[in-house]
Design a protein around this ligand. Structure first.
Ligand code: NOJ
Length: 470
């Protein structure tokens, strides 16, 4: 791992291209797989799309200025691959490059460090049609895209992320089936996708280091710290499996530069395809170790012994409108369970601030002194503005304060945390939930020209930052 420069702690907020930009068909942008899914798929139950969303494409100056005024010194956002390379490879869309140049320059003008992700779920449709992440060609295509971005923006962007939540993206696309290409409980495709993401990410890291642009590059993992319920009969065995499945499959490659020991025989024992794993990739992984780890921290995996029944994924996409449970049962491995002592949100997800501390400590124990950014943390809920259009989001404030307190505890215990990003900068499109679930520090009035109105949490965050920058 490269020695990183110590910089001031970064306090920021985050968005992702498809979720906020809008301008889905403007200025040469190609089609993305989410454009097609949201327009055409019967699985897009609520019919919401990111066509306009909060129209960041035309409001970026206002959003960046608000971040600055809110005391933030960094902005995490992603690039839309198909805005830059409309067919996924080959022809570059200069208007797409010009847009991101404007965004980056605006960040720098306002003193915000840009933290830029290359891939945040939105695959160009042209590549999706060729098998997407299940096609090995993606390794070279991703490298080509990464190089275009590093060469265009690397003089000003010094913090890069290759892929956002590779495991969660693979999980939703191939196990839950609620993200395109909507495969359900397909272990073969899940592992193949994760594997290609891990190798593609390593290729991008290597090329970034070779270009010697003087910045740092990492990957963002959805922190999935696994905890085993009391009275579980085989706690060690099932924790090891769950850790492999959720965490090590990405983190060992990215941090240690090698596949998790025992992965291939384990896949074979479980009748899961491993034929795509090539010896030459060992070198790619070894040469592509990240400089820092980004962690999106929301919750933990709370598991117990497998009881009976076929593998099944339970997913609540509809919040209060649904009684569906949330979790997974994997035949002969384990199943998720509910801790009766903790709270859950309306989507059935546990609210568990302590997972911030537990995740950071576990990463430190397993991988040693790796610099970490909390690249996302936040709270999604229904919201109703008051008569002045203000959202009094005390629930969000309480939640985020809890997670931040645990982050400080981890830092006191020696974890090298370098920054924290609230998810999200403003209200935006939520994958599959559309616009009913809000995450922003700033409210977006979608019925009124996407007017921005800071929420109570925006001012709380501003104050918190001021206090910690003293
Ligand atoms: C993680 C993802 O990176 C982001 O896109 C998503 O909207 C948030 N979690 C909230 O679910």
């Amino acid at each position: 791992m490269k020695k990183m420069k110590k910089q001031p702690f970064l306090w920021g907020s985050a968005t992702a291209a498809y979720q906020c930009e809008g301008a889905w068909n403007l200025e040469g942008k190609g089609l993305g797989e989410w454009d097609v899914f949201s327009h055409e798929s019967p699985l897009n139950i609520n019919g919401a799309t990111g066509d306009v969303s909060c129209d960041f494409y035309h409001h970026y100056e206002e959003d960046i200025r608000m971040m600055k005024e809110g005391g933030q010194n960094s902005y995490r956002f992603s690039l839309s691959w198909c805005r830059i390379l409309p067919e996924g490879r080959g022809r570059v869309n200069e208007q797409g490059i010009a847009f991101y140049n404007r965004v980056i320059d605006c960040c720098l003008k306002h003193g915000l460090e840009p933290n830029v992700t290359l891939f945040h779920y939105d695959l160009p449709q042209a590549l999706a049609q060729q098998g997407g992440w299940a096609n090995r060609d993606i390794l070279d295509t991703f490298e080509e895209y990464a190089k275009v971005c590093f060469e265009a923006f690397g003089d000003r962007v010094k913090l890069w992320v290759t892929i956002n939540e590779p495991k969660y993206y693979a999980y939703c696309s191939n196990m839950v089936g609620n993200y395109p290409p909507n495969h359900h409980v397909d272990f073969n495709r899940y592992f193949k996708t994760v594997y290609h993401e891990a190798v593609a990410s390593a290729k991008a890291v290597k090329i970034y280091h070779d270009l010697q642009l003087g910045g740092e590059i990492g990957i963002v993992h959805d922190s999935s710290n696994v905890e085993v319920a009391p009275q579980t009969k085989e706690p060690e065995r099932i924790k090891a499996i769950a850790d492999l499945f959720y965490n090590r499959v990405i983190l060992d490659g990215a941090i240690l530069g090698e596949l998790p020991g025992g992965l291939i025989p384990w896949l074979q024992e479980n009748d899961i395809d491993s034929s795509y794993i090539r010896f030459e990739d060992t070198l790619t992984l070894a040469q592509g170790k990240i400089d820092f780890l980004g962690l999106n921290v929301y919750n933990r995996f709370y598991i117990t012994d497998y009881t009976e029944g076929e593998t099944e994924v339970f997913h609540n996409n509809k919040g209060a409108g649904s009684t569906a449970k949330e979790g997974i049962r994997i035949k002969n491995w384990y199943e998720t369970t509910i801790d009766p002592t903790t709270k859950r949100n309306l989507w059935g997800r546990e609210i568990y601030p302590r997972c911030m501390l537990n995740t950071l400590m576990e990463i430190k124990e397993r991988y040693g002194e790796i610099p970490v950014y909390i690249t996302e943390n936040g709270h999604g809920c229904y919201e109703t503005p008051d008569e002045n259009g203000m959202v009094q989001d005390d629930e969000r404030i309480e939640m985020m304060q809890g997670y931040i307190d645990f982050m400080f505890k981890a830092m006191e215990a020696g974890c090298d945390v370098r920054g924290y990003y609230a998810w999200s900068t403003m209200d935006l499109y939520s994958w599959v939930n559309g616009y009913e679930k809000r995450y922003g520090l700033v409210r977006v009035d979608f019925d009124n020209n996407c007017r921005r109105i800071p929420k109570k949490s925006y001012f709380w965050y501003q104050k918190l930052i001021q206090e910690h920058q003293k």
